[in-house]
Design a protein around this ligand. Structure first.
Ligand SMILES: Cc1ncc(COP(=O)(O)O)c(C=O)c1O
Length: 366
């Protein structure tokens, strides 16, 4: 069976280095917010060409902390509306709700699965204060258009980069002067994943950085001095050590994903399968390779019979989840179509050429 994403294999190549890090960790005897977290924050800020990185417990908290910090700064108020793509993973929407803000769902483009900039303006009201863009499946949203809208309407732009480690929007965004913060997840199956939960906020904004740095730690930057109603959400020291080992390979892994994607795009030829849009640039890191097909369950079953594991990202749109009752009566036809038709093919950097060929062969004979 070709596994969808063989986590054991992905991390096996680092086993010796992980053991070494663990030895050092035991020797130091310092378990929370130690040298490895500080080093990772420096490494990842540099990698993102940003001024600051704050390590936090997970990607959801990274988003929540950004929103809460903007509230502390007076740039957002409880009850403000935040534009968000309707087809995102539900965590983006949960973060908005957890900060007592109001998510306003906007349809994506069917071709890119990302927020459709042309549909944003009609959703803007006097209460709209931010856009949460989600670079879904690893593809950068059309940031130039988003930023133009944001500037015109005086909106903050926040990026959910949980699936897009390695795309390069940070520098561009900061140059335009739009207040920007990016939330990352290091959930094990992400392009940069740890061996547990982890997340980070990346920003060029000094104030946002210092508030989030305190807020992840009970609202306290200086021990026993609490300036904010914070939470406990710190990047774990050991997970940071593992991330320090893995980060240098991120670009090469992303390149490998793009090479596999290019083979799929060139070689899969089947009218029943719609391939994803890709502009050929490095603005896609193919966290997922998502095709669409009308008889999704049938295709998934067929691939399984042919020894190929696939997954669905995601089977139920957020607005139809029981948790989001107040959204259940809304209709988002493009989002609903996406959730009905999408199927994710294996795209691990550990896939062998021969395995990619087998996947292509199976799809071409479906
Ligand atoms: C788009 C998106 N946002 C946010 C998250 C939340 O990240 P985490 O699982 O680290 O809390 C995820 C992760 O699954 C995600 O895919």
């Amino acid at each position: 069976m070709i596994k969808f994403y063989d986590l054991k294999k992905v991390n096996q190549r680092y086993e010796a280095a992980f053991h070494e890090k663990f030895e050092q960790f035991m020797q130091r005897g310092w378990y929370i917010l130690g040298d490895e977290v500080a080093l990772f924050e420096e490494n990842f800020a540099n990698y993102c060409q940003s001024k600051h990185c704050v390590g936090v417990g997970n990607g959801l908290d990274a988003l929540v902390l950004i929103f809460k910090a903007y509230i502390e700064l007076g740039k957002l108020e409880k009850g403000d509306e935040v534009i968000v793509p309707a087809n995102t993973y539900i965590a983006s929407i949960l973060a908005i709700l957890q900060a007592d803000l109001v998510p306003v769902l906007v349809e994506p483009k069917l071709e890119t699965f990302n927020l459709n900039p042309d549909l944003i303006v009609e959703k803007i009201t006097s209460k709209t204060k931010a856009i949460l863009v989600v670079h879904l499946y690893g593809q950068l949203t059309e940031m130039d258009k988003i930023e133009a809208i944001a500037k015109q309407n005086n909106l903050l732009v926040i990026e959910d980069a949980a699936q897009s480690h390695g795309t390069d929007s940070g520098v561009k965004s900061s140059e335009s002067g739009v207040g920007i913060a990016k939330a990352y997840s290091f959930y094990p199956s992400k392009n940069l994943g740890c061996l547990g939960d982890g997340g980070a906020v990346v920003t060029n904004d000094d104030d946002l950085n210092s508030i989030i740095r305190a807020m992840r730690n009970y609202g306290s930057e200086k021990k026993y001095v609490n300036d904010f109603i914070g939470i406990n959400s710190r990047l774990d020291e050991l997970q940071a050590a593992f991330l320090n080992v893995k980060l240098p390979d991120l670009d090469a892994d992303n390149q490998k994903r793009r090479e596999i994607a290019n083979r799929y795009l060139d070689e899969i030829k089947n009218d029943k399968v719609a391939l994803p849009f890709y502009d050929g640039s490095t603005n896609h890191v193919f966290h997922l390779f998502v095709i669409r097909t009308e008889n999704r369950n049938e295709l998934q079953e067929y691939l399984k019979e042919n020894g190929i594991e696939t997954m669905i990202h995601y089977p139920v749109p957020p607005h139809q989840q029981k948790a989001l009752k107040e959204f259940n009566s809304l209709s988002f036809p493009i989002t609903e179509k996406i959730h009905r038709e999408v199927l994710s093919l294996p795209i691990s950097p550990e896939l062998a050429e021969e395995e990619v060929s087998r996947i292509i062969y199976a799809l071409n004979h479906y």
